[in-house]
Design a protein around this ligand. Structure first.
Ligand code: SAM
Length: 203
């Protein structure tokens, strides 16, 4: 792993253990992703969302509103919109350059249903219970916030493109433990391509 990737892993591990540490890491991590935005799509292969897509394929009935947290250049949000053809989709990212790139790349035919917002997953600019699905691809989880914006019986997805070798990675058993104590069940662990994913549903 590069130094930047090691830093991203360190932040992920620290914030999952102690969410309050995020305020120390927020600015440097944001700076790192602002700089990476122009090259982000060159850094991964065409199937980097294989496990994310596989998890989406198990969700029924389809969500009406879906959120992709840490959307980067927006590929996860586009995958949501293509999979759930009636859903309204929001992609949110901390880095403005990532959001700008996501908006630039958005296929015209999805423009009416997909929006991109700059924001922090630790403090989301959405009302309580406003999404049926909150999805993450290679993104740091902020459990209390995602639970707040999820509707009862809503779904959550965490996907990692290279499994445990992904820089931003949380072991699936750790994710599961955090979700179980917040009232989730229906856990499914999914392997696809080089990645893995966890799917769960709020009771
Ligand atoms: C590893 S990239 C993944 C991007 C995209 N989901 C993908 O898989 O290609 C992580 C993204 O999360 C964003 N990010 C990091 N912390 C965040 C936070 N607290 N809130 C929102 N986005 C965040 C970064 O700016 C970056 O774009």
């Amino acid at each position: 792993m590069t130094l930047g990737q090691r830093f991203a892993r360190l932040v992920t591990t620290a914030v999952v253990r102690r969410p309050r540490l995020w305020r120390l890491f927020r600015a440097p991590l944001r700076g790192q992703f602002e700089r990476l935005a122009p090259y982000w799509d060159e850094r991964h292969g065409p199937n980097h969302l294989a496990s994310y897509e596989a998890a989406l394929g198990r969700i029924a009935p389809p969500p009406r509103r879906a959120l992709d947290l840490g959307t980067g250049t927006g590929d996860g949000a586009v995958a949501l919109a293509r999979r759930f053809s009636d859903a309204e989709v929001v992609g949110l990212d901390l880095a403005e350059a990532m959001v700008n790139e996501a908006r630039r790349k958005l296929p015209r035919e999805l423009g009416g249903r997909v929006t991109f917002v700059r924001g922090d997953a630790a403090s989301l600019p959405f009302p309580d219970a406003s999404f049926d699905l909150v999805a993450h691809a290679n993104a740091i989880p902020f459990f209390d916030e995602l639970v707040r914006v999820l509707r009862p019986s809503g779904w959550v997805v965490f996907a990692f493109s290279r499994g445990a070798a992904t820089p931003i990675y949380v072991p699936l058993e750790r994710l599961r433990a955090e979700l179980e104590r917040r009232g989730f069940d229906g856990f499914e662990e999914i392997a696809a391509g080089t990645g893995n994913a966890l799917l769960a549903r709020m009771r």
